[in-house]
Design a binder for this molecule. Structure first.
Ligand SMILES: [Zn+2]
Length: 64
C-alpha cells in the first residue's frame, strides 16, 4: 500500500482486488483493493467507481 494508490483513488482511478473480480453479464465488476469502493471495468487497466443503480440525477425533470 502506498500514498500514490490513494491519489489514484481520489482521481477515480481504482485498482481491483483481482481475486474478487466478477463478470456481471455486461462487464467486470469488483472492489478497489485500496479504498474498497465498488468499481467497474471500462477498459483494460481502467477501473472506475460504479454508478449507483437508479441514478437519475441527470434526467430528473425540473420541478414546475
Ligand atoms: Zn480505490
Amino acid at each position: 500500500m502506498s500514498l500514490l494508490s490513494f491519489v489514484g483513488c481520489w482521481l477515480n482511478h481504482h485498482k481491483p482486488d483481482r481475486r474478487k473480480v466478477e463478470w456481471d453479464g455486461r462487464g467486470y465488476v469488483g472492489h478497489c483493493r485500496h479504498c474498497g469502493v465498488a468499481i467497474e471495468r471500462h477498459s483494460r487497466r481502467n477501473w472506475r467507481r460504479q454508478k449507483p443503480a437508479g441514478d437519475h440525477s441527470h434526467n430528473e425533470p425540473t420541478a414546475t
